[in-house]
Design a protein around this ligand. Structure first.
Ligand code: HAM
Length: 427
C-alpha cells in the first residue's frame, strides 16, 4: 500500500470552531496590518510589552467586571494540573495593569506607555468577523489623567487605520463620567427606565447595568428610550471640561468623530472618554477598534489609584474592512524580490550559493528546487511575485555569467556570476 493510501485511514482534522488560520498569501496582509499598527504606536512612544496568554481567573473577574458578557459568558476558564483556575485572556488591559503593578512600572516616569499585540480568546458565537480567537493590537497609557492623552490615543488609533488605507469608517465618541457623576446619573436613568413597560430581561438589565439598555438595538426599546436622560448631559464639571478638551484637541488635530451618547462599551472598567471605530462594510460585527479611559481599574486589581487610557484594534476586522474597501497593501503579493532559475545540476548547485550570498547581503531571495526545467522554474519566479529572475544554464556557468531578468520590464542584462555583480546590477 502506498503512503498516501495508508494515511487516508485517518479523518483530516479542522481547527476548532471559530478559530481562524492565517495562511499565505493572506497571512502577508495580516502581518503587515499588525506590524503597521505596532509601528504607529512606537512612533508615538509606546514600548512593546509581551504578556502571558493566560492569567489567574481572578484578574479578569476583578478587572473586566463580573457583570459583563465577556466575564460571565465568554471566558475560556479551566483548572490546571495544580488545581488553579486560569483563564485565556479575553482582552489585554487587565493583564497590562497586572504587569505594570507587578514590575513597579507605575513607580517610574508617568505615563507608562505600552503597546501589545497577539491573540485573545472569547467564547462567542462564531460568524463573519467574530472569532473565538481574535487578534488585537493595543496600547495603554497609564498614570496620567490628562485629556490631551485621550486625544493622543484616539488620534493614534485613527492614524493606524488610515496608515493601512482604510477610509470607510467613523469614530464614535462618548463620555461615561466618573464614579460619582455616573452614580448620580445611573439613579436618574433607572427612575426613567423603571417607569417603562420593559420586558423581564431588559428590566433585569436595567437593575444591573442600566446604561446598556440605551445601547439596545431593538426598535421598540429604542423608541421607548428616545427621551431617556443621557450621561453627557449629566457630567460633573470636571468630566465635562475633560471631555470638552478631548473634543477641541481632536478638532484641532483634524480627527473627525461623531458623538454617540448611547455608546456603552462591553467591558466594565471605562470612565470618562470612550470611543469606538465603526466600519459600515462589515455587517453586524462592525466595531474595528475601541477603547477609553479607566479610572478605577488599577486600584481594583490591587495597585495605586492611577488612571489610564488605551485602545484595542481588531486586526481580523481591519483585514475584512480592507477587503470590503477593495484595498490591497502594496507589495503583499511579493514573496521574494529575486528568484533563481537554474537549469542543470551544476548550475543549480552554483545558484544555491549565489542565493545564499544575496540573502546574507539582505536581499529577499529564493530559487526553484527539485531539478525543474526552465518553464517550471520560471513559473516559480512568477508565483513568488519576484521582480527579478536570475537565469543560469550550462552556457552561462561556463562563461562565468548570469542573466538578470527584469520581470516587469521584460529586459535582461548579463553580468558576472558573483553576488557583488548581481547586487550592483540590482541597485
Ligand atoms: P473590545 O472593544 O472588547 O476592547 O475589543 C477591541 C476590538 O477587538 C473590537 O473593536 C473588535 O475589533 C475586536 N474584537 C473583539 N471581539 C472580537 C471577536 N470575537 N472577533 C474578532 N474581533 C473581535 C478591548 O478588548 C479593550 N481591552 C480595549 C481597550 C484597551 N480599552 C482600553 N484599553
Amino acid at each position: 500500500m502506498s503512503e498516501s493510501k495508508k494515511s487516508a485511514k485517518f479523518q483530516p482534522l479542522s481547527a476548532p470552531k471559530g478559530l481562524p488560520d492565517y495562511v499565505p498569501p493572506q497571512s502577508a496582509t495580516f502581518l503587515r496590518v499588525r506590524d503597521e499598527f505596532a509601528r504607529q504606536a512606537h512612533l508615538a512612544g509606546y514600548q512593546h510589552i509581551e504578556l502571558p496568554v493566560f492569567e489567574d481567573t481572578t484578574l479578569f473577574a476583578r478587572g473586566v467586571g463580573e457583570s459583563t458578557d465577556v466575564v460571565s459568558k465568554e471566558m475560556y476558564t479551566f483548572t490546571d494540573r495544580g488545581d488553579r483556575s486560569v483563564t485565556l485572556r479575553p482582552e489585554g488591559t487587565a493583564g497590562v495593569m497586572r504587569a505594570v503593578i507587578q514590575h513597579n512600572l507605575d513607580r517610574g516616569y508617568l505615563p507608562v506607555k505600552l503597546n501589545y499585540y497577539g491573540p485573545f480568546f472569547r467564547y462567542e458565537r462564531p460568524q463573519a468577523g467574530r472569532y473565538r480567537q481574535l487578534q488585537q493590537v493595543g496600547v495603554e497609557a497609564i498614570g496620567v489623567d490628562d485629556p490631551l492623552l485621550d486625544a493622543e490615543v484616539i488620534a493614534l488609533a485613527d492614524r493606524c487605520f488610515r496608515a493601512i488605507g482604510l477610509r470607510g469608517y467613523r469614530l464614535e465618541l462618548n463620555s461615561l463620567g466618573d464614579a460619582q457623576c455616573r452614580l448620580d446619573y445611573r439613579e436618574k436613568l433607572q427612575d426613567f427606565l423603571f417607569a417603562l413597560p420593559l420586558d423581564e430581561e431588559t428590566r433585569a438589565r436595567a437593575e444591573i447595568n442600566p446604561l446598556r439598555v440605551l445601547d439596545d438595538k431593538r426598535a421598540e426599546v429604542r423608541e421607548m428610550t428616545a427621551d431617556a436622560p443621557l450621561m453627557v448631559d449629566h457630567l460633573c464639571e470636571d468630566c465635562r471640561a475633560h471631555f470638552e478638551t478631548v473634543r477641541t484637541t481632536l478638532d484641532a488635530m483634524g480627527v473627525e468623530y461623531v458623538l454617540n451618547p448611547r455608546m456603552v462599551r462591553g467591558l466594565d472598567y471605562y470612565t470618562k472618554t470612550c470611543f469606538e471605530f465603526v466600519h459600515d462594510g462589515l455587517g453586524a460585527q462592525s466595531g474595528i477598534g475601541g477603547g477609553g479611559r479607566y479610572d478605577g481599574l488599577m486600584a481594583q486589581i490591587g495597585g495605586q489609584d492611577l488612571s489610564g487610557i488605551g485602545f484595542g484594534l481588531g486586526v481580523d476586522r481591519a483585514l475584512l474592512a480592507l477587503e470590503a474597501e477593495g484595498v490591497t497593501l502594496e507589495g503583499v503579493e511579493r514573496r521574494v524580490d529575486v528568484f533563481g532559475v537554474a537549469i542543470g545540476e551544476a548550475a543549480q548547485a552554483r545558484m544555491a550559493l549565489l542565493i545564499d550570498e544575496l540573502r546574507a547581503a539582505g536581499l529577499s531571495a529564493d530559487m526553484a528546487y527539485g531539478g525543474r526545467g526552465l518553464k517550471g522554474a520560471m513559473k516559480g519566479a512568477d508565483r513568488a511575485g519576484a521582480k527579478y529572475a536570475l537565469v543560469l544554464g550550462d552556457r552561462e556557468l561556463e562563461s562565468g555569467e548570469v542573466a538578470v531578468k527584469d520581470l516587469a520590464a521584460h529586459t535582461q542584462e548579463t553580468v558576472e556570476l558573483s553576488s557583488a555583480a548581481v547586487l550592483e546590477q540590482l541597485r
